[in-house]
Design a protein around this ligand. Structure first.
Ligand code: DGT
Ligand code: CA
Ligand code: CA
Length: 585
């Protein structure tokens, strides 16, 4: 079982306890455990296999969590979680998917109206029974009904998996496959190799070094511990479904056609169709088996991808941009963009600490950033409007700034070349005003503005709200500009072209939020930002020291948007970054 699934059990425990009205500290400790486990760069499974006790060395994981993790890994379940599910109707958890409804409201609805499921909720809302409850009116009823509708339509398309769910499962599978021994090459293909934000199924390709060992490889494949169902087991292809519901296909290939198969199964389909047309014009035939001369049938390429692309007169194209959106024309002239690489990233400008809803101290976050080889981070905790996240008022912000000064001073004294920038994730209120006064914001090095409420505003109003905030000249970065949560919440309506125009005028960078549920801006918007000359800041929105690793998802998403190092704010060295940050307004 991978980290995301273990984390999900802890999140559910936290939600169930909160619905029961349990002690908030207890609730928080389970939610934190979920956050930490989800963000760990290594699989919990591998830690536990090595040494169970090692888990407790992770901050936020004590004995009780450790025991539950071990139980989950051994039995696939957690008895405490099961017990809570027996005590409360399981439909209550589903209600939490309705936007605007948290555990407190679920408790209220359950206890006062006996609402046990989304269907129940819809019924009482339609009957007008909600308006009698504290803090709810007719408007709330309409909103809830609209959210239910959205939730159902999302569910229909939610057959796909978030990149961050599919990725660790695929990596775990690849590692397992390597153990079989007869495999000489193994690659992930498909949408995962292109780093799409959602993944339909995982495609793995292998070559088998030893003749006659193919069925051993297939046998090994279908016997993986995570497999729930074997859909097919053949001599060239097998397919399974994992416990999480994710399908994985394995194809075994000859060495001579591995490159062409990798090219074919990486896609995208649109890219492949364009490549095939191109091959045709050159008198060639291209398939997953190779590139052949149309007339003679002679094979001219297939062993490597480079060779396949060369055969059709192109240089190798990075998988992230294989979407037939101009990459083929540029590959022909050998003038593809020099896509951003993880090593280009010099720091992270969206980081939370325990001052608001993060789990680590400023120092711990800085330490992890130093280990990553960064030059800087900006600490950007929430402002007071975001109550559920323990947003900071001015007094607590001032206290935090003093602490940052102290730590920076200590770094200088120890000769450590690293800077913590003073920042805030200031809420953009519904009326477009900012949730810290201007004189406070002017003291900061890096102001990140973000929308956290009233996602249902009509588009023009939302656009005006954001433009008003950016036009103050006080904001450096607009965080998660569309507010989408993949598979959970649709992006809010906003005129992105108008936002970009305004961002350009006021020197605001737009964020590519790398938090796995967000990946916001998406690839299309990123490309638009690049074309418009608007800088992009790739921030992780870290709430734990492990989340700094999410930068990987951000960087690959940036590559999908054709971004180069020069398009990215936090690919700048500190001195140039500070110049840009100071120029706001
Ligand atoms: P997914 O799994 O929905 O996230 O997306 P992909 O891109 O991984 O698609 P998948 O798994 O159906 O197929 C893998 C690749 O195989 C796909 O990216 C391109 C190639 N492919 C599949 N079907 C076709 C087809 O009908 N024509 C061409 N030219 N290529 C195809
Ligand atoms: Ca696929
Ligand atoms: Ca597939």
């Amino acid at each position: 079982m991978e980290n995301t699934e273990i984390a999900r059990i802890f999140y559910e425990i936290a939600d169930l306890l909160e619905i029961k009205g349990e002690n908030p500290f207890r609730v928080r400790s389970y939610r934190n455990a979920g956050l930490i486990i989800e963000g760990l760069p290594v699989s919990v499974k591998s830690i536990v296999e090595r040494d169970e006790q090692e888990l407790e060395k992770i901050k936020g994981i004590g004995k009780s969590i450790r025991e539950k993790v071990v139980e989950i890994l051994k039995t696939g379940k957690c008895s405490f979680h099961e017990q809570l599910l027996r005590e409360l109707p399981s439909g209550l958890l589903e209600i939490l998917n309705i936007s605007g409804i948290g555990p407190r409201k679920v408790e209220l609805l359950y206890k006062s109206l006996g609402v046990k499921s989304v269907d129940d909720l819809e019924r009482v809302a339609k009957k007008g029974l909600l308006r009698g409850l504290p803090g709810m009116g007719e408007k709330t009823e309409q909103k809830i009904l609209k959210s239910i509708e959205e939730y159902r339509s999302l569910r229909l398309t939610a057959q796909r998996f978030r990149l961050s769910v599919a990725y660790p499962y695929a990596m775990g599978y690849v590692e397992y496959m390597r153990q079989v021994g007869h495999i000489s090459q193994i690659e992930i293909a498909g949408s995962l190799r292109r780093w799409k934000d959602t993944i339909g199924d995982v495609d793995i390709l292998v070559t088998c070094g030893k003749r006659g060992a193919i069925m051993d490889v297939m046998e090994h494949f279908v016997n993986y511990g995570e497999v729930r169902e074997v859909l097919a087991k053949g001599e060239t292809k097998s397919s399974v479904v994992l416990n999480v519901g994710l399908q994985v296909d394995l194809r075994v290939l000859d060495e001579g056609s591995f490159g062409s198969a990798l090219q074919y199964f990486t896609g995208s389909k649109a890219h492949n169709i364009a490549i095939r047309d191109r091959a045709k014009k050159l008198g060639l035939k291209i398939s997953e088996y190779g590139v052949f001369r149309e007339k003679t049938g002679k094979k001219v390429a297939g062993r490597t991808e480079e060779e396949v692309y060369r055969a059709v007169g192109l240089v190798w194209i990075p998988p992230e941009i294989r979407e037939n959106k101009g990459e083929i024309e540029l590959a022909e002239k050998d003038s593809l963009p020099h896509l951003l690489e993880e090593g280009d990233i010099k720091g992270d400008l969206h980081v939370h600490t325990h001052y608001s809803d993060g789990t680590n101290t400023i120092e711990e976050m800085a330490q992890k950033a130093i280990e990553r080889g960064y030059e800087y981070i900006a600490i950007t905790d929430h402002s007071k409007a975001v109550g559920i996240a323990h947003g900071l008022d001015e007094t607590r912000l001032k206290k935090q700034l003093k602490e940052i000064d102290r730590i920076n001073q200590a770094f200088r004294e120890r000769g450590i070349n690293f800077t913590i920038l003073k920042g805030a994730e200031v809420d953009i209120r519904a009326d477009g005003t900012l949730d810290h006064p201007p004189e406070v914001l002017r003291e900061l090095d890096c102001v990140v503005g973000a929308v956290h409420s009233r996602f249902d505003m009509p588009g023009p109003q939302m656009t005006e709200r954001i433009i008003k905030a950016l036009s103050t000249g006080l904001v450096n970065i607009l965080a998660h500009p569309t507010g989408r949560l993949i598979g959970i919440r649709e992006p809010y309506e906003v005129d992105m072209e108008a936002i970009m125009e305004c961002a350009k005028e006021y020197g605001v960078a737009l964020e590519l939020n790398s938090y796995p549920e967000r990946l916001d801006l998406n690839d299309t918007h990123l490309r638009l930002a690049k074309d418009r000359g608007v800088l992009v800041s790739i921030g992780t929105d870290s709430h734990s020291e492990y989340h700094l690793e999410y930068i990987t998802y951000g960087v690959h998403t940036a590559r999908r948007g054709w971004l180069e190092a020069r398009d990215v704010l936090n690919a700048m060295p500190l001195a140039s970054l500070l110049k840009v940050l100071k120029k706001r307004g």
